[in-house]
Design a protein. Structure first.
Length: 290
């Protein structure tokens, strides 16, 4: 398992990070409630700071805020339901309910993206193979190949562009030449990738892949009592939060008018679930300071 800084899930079994991040992303997708949407975004940001670092998370905030703004503006302009009209533009009513729904949907989208970024920082190809390699070897192979080939494809693209840029005599001057240059780069990458796939297939066949023998994993880790306790805690908090979130979302509606938001104890279990990653980070930080 990889990560920058003191990744709180690095000393633990990959199943702990997988369970927590999948549960966090699942609740963020279902948070059709203003309070839960805000909590989901705050929890996803805190988890990203713990797993990826505060600087990496801060670099992602501008485009996340842009995504929230785009979702909010689209809902405000194209959905005209709601009774609280803020302003009329060309006869179209822009309502407070549409604005609130857009902000909530944008926060949910940003939270899900942050959860998946934390997943990419915690679960590498070796961890994915270890988690599901025995039960779904084809799926684990596909995941590991994608996680390996996508960065490789991007790196090779930069190499091709830098090589072409070094040849000043062949530098494109017009827009048509630049388009042709990009198409040539894509063609080179496709040929490079196809040739590499043949070599990789021969190497896998030579190593006995799909020969019927049970596959082993590169890195073996055993579940400890701490891992089992954390997984049980996450599952317990998820089981408690599922009906509470269902009740809150069923009783709240953005249209035609939004009910008043009230303080409710049902938010506390969700806060406890979101606090798992920061609590593990603080524990790791204290251990490193000893």
């Amino acid at each position: 398992m990889r990560g920058s800084g003191h990744n709180p899930f690095a000393p633990l079994h990959p199943a702990v990070a997988f369970t927590y991040l999948v549960v966090g992303a699942g609740f963020a997708m279902a948070a059709a409630h203003p309070v839960y949407a805000v909590l989901a975004l705050a929890g996803a940001t805190a988890c990203s700071c713990c797993t990826r670092g505060s600087r990496a998370t801060a670099r992602q905030l501008p485009w996340l805020l842009g995504a929230i703004a785009v979702v909010t503006a689209a809902n405000l302009l194209f959905v005209h339901e709601g009774e609280s009209v803020l302003v009329r533009v060309g006869g179209m009513p822009l309502t407070c309910e549409a604005l609130a729904y857009g902000l909530s949907s944008g926060a949910m989208l940003a939270a899900v993206l942050l959860w998946f970024q934390s997943y990419a920082a915690c679960i590498d190809s070796a961890a994915a193979m270890e988690l599901i390699g025995r039960f779904a070897p084809a799926c684990s192979l596909a995941i590991s190949q994608v996680m390996r080939l996508v960065p490789q494809f991007a790196g090779r693209g930069r190499t091709v562009l830098q090589t072409a840029a070094a040849t000043s005599a062949a530098a494109p001057r017009t827009r048509r030449e630049r388009t042709r240059d990009r198409l040539r780069t894509v063609s080179v990458l496709m040929g490079w990738g196809l040739e590499d796939s043949i070599v990789r297939a021969d190497a896998m066949r030579a190593r006995g892949y799909a020969s019927g023998v049970r596959r082993t994993v590169y890195r073996r880790q055993r579940l400890t009592r701490t891992d089992i306790a954390l997984i049980a805690l996450i599952v317990l908090l998820a089981g408690v939060n599922a009906p509470l979130m269902g009740i809150a979302c069923a009783q709240f509606s953005f249209y035609p008018t939004m009910p008043a938001l009230i303080a409710w104890w049902g938010y506390l279990p969700y806060l406890a679930l979101l606090a798992v990653a920061p609590a593990l980070y603080v524990r790791e930080w204290l251990l490193w300071r000893r």
